[in-house]
Design a binder for this molecule. Structure first.
Ligand SMILES: *Cc1c(COP(=O)(O)O)cnc(C)c1O
Length: 352
């Protein structure tokens, strides 16, 4: 680092994304990308006219995209804001809703970015332990006195909290925002979006990266009551009002209107998830009950890191977390049936 780096960033540990190695072709089951391509409409956006239009700024209000999404969710345009990935919406929420003396609270095992955003904003934060079975105890979040961030379903466990449990958290934190990160909700979870007009402290965050196969386009959004969304718009407009590029806006609109393709892909992933879970259980893995496009599983024979490394040698990437409590678990993205069959054969070769 240079001598110019701000003091407040000296101890910051940045987020480490899953590896995207280029040395050979891997079966990539490590970053929860969708194995299926984006919808057809998204491909049609990439033409000469749209390329030529890149000379113009994108629409800072994302009007077409907002219209498509608000129709889809049955909400008003004032209830939604788009971000350059849902990570950006989370970043806006940390800036908008967390103060130095109050700070943030989130589970001790959850999306790694929450801690990074808290540190970047120099906030106090509390990491609330999961139960021993990796579930969240809602009561631990009552009257937290902090802005709460919960991934639901949680990552990397895949376990879902019921909407009524979340309602109890909302009711017991009337003076704090509760951010529900629904990055994985489309794989069989239950969304809190219908509650946004009932709870003024609820912000729901979703992404096009997982269920809509647009991770590389960078598109996410927040849904909440008008006042919360206005607060986030204030932050967005103080950062970068052109945060969503033209192509991504158009692709997002195409994707959200193609409900059939979305259902087809998410259903395929759900059925492959069942297959993967069954095959791992037959081999005596402990597999947590997943409502996401990944499973969190522990071999009874091989240490987490060993299995991760041996799979990598065989050209299969999964996610290993070097963190106590979960370091014997691997997070395995649900790929295509063929990819998952290759994974299972590789495990059989490793664990003879
Ligand atoms: C993938 C993920 C996100 C961020 O996705 P973006 O690509 O930035 O939209 C947010 N939260 C969780 C829990 C995730 O797993």
């Amino acid at each position: 680092m240079s001598k110019f780096l701000s003091q407040r960033l000296l101890s910051l540990a940045p987020y480490v994304p899953g590896e995207q190695p280029q040395d050979k072709k891997y079966i990539k089951l490590n970053t929860n990308e969708n194995p299926y391509p984006p919808c057809k409409g998204a491909f049609e956006i990439m033409n000469d006219t749209e390329a030529a239009n890149l000379k113009l700024y994108s629409d800072p209000e994302c009007k077409l995209l907002t219209k498509a999404a608000s129709n889809h969710f049955g909400i008003k345009p004032e209830n939604i804001i788009f971000g350059n990935g849902s990570d950006e919406i989370l970043a806006f929420a940390f800036t908008a809703f967390c103060d130095k003396d109050t700070g943030a609270a989130f589970p001790n095992i959850s999306y790694g970015f929450y801690k990074v955003f808290a540190e970047l904003n120099c906030l106090d934060y509390t990491e609330i332990p999961l139960n021993e079975d990796f579930t969240i105890n809602p009561e631990n979040y009552y009257n937290a006195g902090k802005t709460i961030f919960i991934a639901n379903p949680n990552a990397p466990t895949g376990i879902m909290l019921s909407v009524s449990d979340i309602e109890n958290i909302l009711k017991n934190n009337p003076d704090n925002v509760v951010v529900i990160d629904e990055a994985y909700v489309d794989f069989g979870g239950e969304s809190c979006v219908p509650l946004i007009n009932k709870y003024e402290n609820l912000l729901v965050v979703q992404t096009f990266s997982k269920s809509r196969s647009l991770a590389g386009a960078r598109l996410g959004f927040g849904i909440g009551c008008k006042e919360l969304i206005d607060d986030l718009q204030r932050v967005r407009n103080s950062n970068n009002p052109y945060n969503i590029n033209r192509l991504t806006q158009a692709m997002g609109a195409a994707s959200i209107t193609d409900f059939d393709y979305f259902k087809e892909c998410t259903n395929k992933i759900i059925s492959t998830r069942t297959y993967l879970t069954d095959e791992l259980q037959k081999r005596n893995f402990a597999v947590l009950s997943s409502k996401t496009n990944f499973v969190f599983a522990k071999s009874s024979k091989t240490k987490g890191e060993d299995l991760y490394l041996k799979l990598k040698e065989k050209g299969i990437l999964v996610r290993y977390f070097n963190k106590t409590i979960i370091n014997d678990y691997l997070r395995i993205t649900v790929g295509t049936d063929e990819e998952i069959k290759s994974l299972i054969s590789a495990i059989d070769e490793i664990e003879v």
